[in-house]
Design a protein around this ligand. Structure first.
Ligand code: PLP
Length: 464
């Protein structure tokens, strides 16, 4: 399998290189040059497989010959062996047609672990025998950072620099990052919001001087391997609910459009997905884009769902590329226009392409609270605020198919918000240990390119 850039002018790469790279050299994102397709029989053949075996079957066409089947199985077994539930991503039934897909049984209590535990192992495997150390630079609204740091702490040949918006992540999220004292882990609190942190990371990748000096790599969902690992649970869940004979709908609490793009990929591969609901909070750029073709930035409003407090969704570019006939030059022009003006219109082809599969919804604070209470009182499930955004959208989507809301975080990761909404304070699972007694280490920097790139340059290892 080869991977091509959404902006059409970077070299194509194989799986190993696409995993170790971040943004494409032309500023685009890598996507497979074509979608592998699974027949009805192949999907039926996934019935009853373990999570690891499902993962190997779904990912093999993307990995190609970069790993043998045995190697891929070994890495998946290690990654998913760290999950606290034998099913890795279990389904929970809420009422007769509403389900939760619990993606938070990994070490840092959010769905990011599903991909990042595996990505950490891919890095280690692919770097074997390579001497230039990898400099991972990322921005997080909380969950990517903790999951990436857990996956990479102490690994040889990798340094990780993680930017988070100061004061805008939950105390559990912050401590899961800042109490990891391994010498290859560097936490930077940015005096700004997540979009500023993400823009700084993009600027470092795009700066020739900076990116020329270090072997930069990404763990944000611009990294293709992360999305690939997330495609697996759509198959795993849908097959358990009757695919390929019955189609299934998913509601996805969305920020950077990574998780829902993985669902789009599953549909492209032949999984019968009735509908993908893109659920946003009041930071609703994606809702406006999908419902009205209007992709224009507003100011970011802080909410109890920090992982969705985003105005620019990096992975949306992958969708626009695929829906727009995979015309890299046209997409590059569209994205440059957006970068300059902060706004763009979707083309008719993009809008019509989206309409068949995707719908969207915007869920405000009251609706989120109601969804948390409904889950608690009617179904006996305490859910986190992000999951509640997805559930609120799922319950009013009006889809005639089993509806699965992706439960993206453990409620204990957002204890204060859960307690405010439901009166119940979730307890931290034993696997997070003595998080609140550990020493923290991080630096606070202004949200400027000079300050952040300078601080990192002093600490990262130059290429040979
Ligand atoms: C990252 C995250 C999201 C948003 O996922 P995207 O892939 O960025 O759309 C939603 N909920 C939680 C808890 C998250 O950590």
């Amino acid at each position: 399998m080869r991977y091509i850039s959404t902006r059409g002018s970077a070299p194509s790469l194989g799986f190993r290189d696409v995993t170790l790279t971040g943004l494409a050299r032309d500023g685009g994102l890598y996507v497979p040059e074509s979608w592998p397709s699974f027949s009805r029989d192949e999907i039926a053949g996934l019935a009853g497989l373990s999570y690891v075996d499902t993962a190997v079957a779904v990912m093999t066409p993307f990995v190609g010959d970069a790993l043998t089947r045995d190697e891929l199985t070994e890495l998946c077994t290690t990654a998913y062996g760290r999950f606290a539930h034998a099913a890795v991503t279990p389904l929970v039934q809420l009422d007769h047609d509403q389900w939760l897909l619990e993606l938070f049984h990994g070490p840092t209590l959010a769905f990011k672990d599903v991909a990042l535990q595996l990505l950490g192992l891919f890095f280690e495997r692919f770097l074997d025998g390579d001497d230039a150390p990898l400099t991972v630079v990322g921005a997080t609204s909380g969950d990517t950072g903790s999951a990436a740091i857990d996956a990479l702490a102490g690994r040889a040949g990798v340094d990780i620099f993680m930017l988070h918006p100061a004061g805008r992540v939950s105390d559990v999220q912050r401590r899961q990052m800042t109490t990891v004292l391994a010498p290859n882990v560097h936490n930077i609190a940015i005096e700004g919001d997540f979009d500023q942190a993400q823009a700084l990371v993009k600027a470092m990748f795009n700066d020739r001087d900076f990116s020329g000096r270090f072997r930069l790599s990404a763990v944000n969902s611009i990294n293709w391997a992360r999305l690939m690992a997330q495609v697996v649970y759509y198959f795993y869940a849908a097959v358990r609910l009757g695919a390929p004979d019955r189609s299934v709908a998913f509601s996805v609490p969305t920020g950077n459009f990574g998780d829902v793009f993985a669902g789009y990929v599953a549909a492209k591969m032949g999984l019968p997905i009735e509908r993908l609901v893109v659920a946003t909070n009041v930071n609703d750029i994606l809702h406006r884009a999908i419902s009205a073709g209007d992709y224009s930035k507003g100011g970011v409003r802080q909410t109890p769902t920090p992982s969705m407090d985003i105005q620019v969704s990096s992975n949306f570019e992958r969708l626009l590329f695929d829906l727009g006939g995979r015309d890299g030059a046209a997409l590059a022009a569209q994205m440059t226009g957006f970068d300059d003006s902060g706004a763009m219109r979707l083309t008719n082809a993009q809008r019509e392409g989206a309409a068949g599969l995707l719908s969207s919804d915007r869920v405000d604070l009251d609706e989120m609270t109601m969804a948390m209470r409904w889950a608690c009182e009617e179904a006996g499930e305490v859910i986190d605020p992000h999951t509640a955004i997805g559930l609120a959208a799922a319950r009013r989507a009006g889809v005639d198919a089993p509806m699965v809301t992706l439960a993206t975080a453990h409620p204990a990761k957002f204890r204060d918000a859960v307690e405010r909404a439901t009166g119940t304070r979730p307890t931290l699972p034993a696997r997070v240990g003595d998080l609140f007694d550990r020493e923290e280490r991080f630096v606070t920097l202004p949200a400027t390119f000079a300050a952040v790139s300078g601080w990192i340059a002093e600490r990262a290892t130059c290429k040979a």
